[in-house]
Design a protein. Sequence first.
Length: 99
Amino acid sequence: MTEHIDSVKTYALVFAALIFLTVATTTVAFVDLGPFSVVVALVIAVCKMLLVALFFMHLRHSTRLTKLVVVGGLLWLGILLVLTMSDMVTRGLIGVPGR
């Protein structure tokens, strides 16, 4: 198995992108976007996760099996998030007697 080594410039650019996205996350926390605040924060978090996974965990140069396992894990995480959010959104739809 060969090992691919990225240049320092690549890591510096990824670091700069992560710093920028962290500043964007902080900015979004202070700006009132209404119901889109959570969506924007999650999109920024996914972008940061992809940068870390692809460059620092070297998934760009991994085998197909490793990439398949990562995609499967992300799909499972997505299913859990959708189920959790659907539960939170529908909490007040059914009236409970006595409340």
